[in-house]
Design a protein around this ligand. Structure first.
Ligand SMILES: [Zn+2]
Length: 342
């Protein structure tokens, strides 16, 4: 029988301190060589077990094998110079020292396929795998070759499509593209961003998702949110385009955000991963708080399309906080299932 309200995380979980120093982004690996490979696999096993114990229904790798959700994918492409970095402003918000595109970009080898195969051997539950979206990739490096965000995004989409097809063949059930940049560059989304994302999912038979959030719970994002006013209506600009697309699932930020929930109506017909866990606070939601957020969204999404989730990745959080939030997510979803006799 199909389980209603299948829970999942957006993607990342905190890494163990013996693998990489916790509570920061781009945290450097503490191991190297074969020990690093083994350490990553052990961390992936732990992240899987934590999801199993918390009763999460759709399993992710917790991004334990990648240093960063965008950079690690880019590292595997040719045409990108990681030695000569440039400082750019990411999503018009914070500066980061990023690699430079110096030649045509191409995917010479698979990036996460071995990790996905490994995870597939460890669980019978559905697996969701996150990849960066093309527009967000463009926004996370300096382009000294194409000199066109659209052209570069198109090349990234081709590489992502190759990777996605192999992930699908490795047994991944849902492939999710993380596009926080969609919440900033609306005109580009409508001009070419969505078309490029369609290229990334071309030919896939597994389910596809796009994750659009207000970012990790880091200071720069929290400061930015304070400038967005009393209602965050960014989704309104892009949801009509997404509603018409071939993407199956839309992952969005709800809990503790100022997103008017009626905007979800704009993607009616899609499955919606509703963020019912705030990743920008260390306080752990109660199951009733999670249930309350889910209940409110049910006016705008049919219950068979409601996928309870987190607002974003939990990489920057403390591990015990992330564990508590996982359990709250499951318990909150269960409250709603009971209410509906499921
Ligand atoms: Zn996010």
């Amino acid at each position: 029988m199909k389980k209603f309200l299948p829970t999942s995380i957006v993607g990342s979980l905190p890494k163990p301190a013996w693998l990489a120093p916790p509570e920061k982004l781009w945290s450097p690996w503490k191991l190297e060589g074969d020990q690093l490979i083994e350490g990553k696999q052990d961390a992936l096993r732990i992240s899987l077990q934590e999801q199993h114990l918390a009763g999460v229904d759709i399993i992710s790798d917790g991004e334990q094998t990648r240093q960063h959700f965008v950079t690690t994918f880019i590292e595997h492409l040719s045409g990108v110079d990681f030695e000569n970095r440039k400082t750019v402003r990411i999503r018009d918000r914070y500066d980061a020292n990023v690699p430079m595109v110096v030649d045509e970009v191409a995917r010479q080898k698979s990036v996460f396929v071995d990790d996905a195969k490994f995870l597939r051997t460890l669980t019978k539950k559905p697996i969701k795998w996150a990849l960066p979206g093309p527009m967000t990739m463009v926004d996370t490096l300096y382009d000294n070759h194409y000199k066109s965000r659209e052209k570069l995004a198109w090349e990234f989409a081709k590489a992502l499509n190759e990777e996605a097809r192999e992930l699908q063949d490795a047994g991944v059930d849902i492939i999710q593209f993380d596009e926080p940049a969609f919440n900033v560059f609306f005109d580009e989304v409508n001009d070419w961003g969505m078309a490029v994302l369609e290229k990334a999912i071309e030919g896939l038979k597994c389910q596809t998702a796009v994750h659009i959030c207000y970012g990790y719970g880091i200071q720069a994002n929290n400061d930015w949110k304070k400038t967005l006013g009393s209602e965050w209506r960014q989704y309104e600009e892009i949801f009509p385009k997404i509603q018409k697309s071939n993407i199956d699932i839309v992952s969005l930020e709800c809990h503790n955000s100022k997103v008017p929930l009626n905007l979800i109506e704009l993607v009616r017909g899609k499955k919606v991963m509703v963020g019912a866990i705030d990743v920008a606070t260390n306080s752990i939601e109660t199951p009733e708080e999670v249930a309350d957020t889910l209940r409110k969204t049910l006016k705008f999404v049919d219950i068979e399309n409601l996928y309870p989730s987190t607002n974003c990745g939990m990489a920057p959080l403390a591990r015990n906080v992330a564990r508590g939030k996982l359990s709250a997510l499951s318990a909150g979803a269960e409250i709603i299932r009971k209410e509906f006799g499921m």
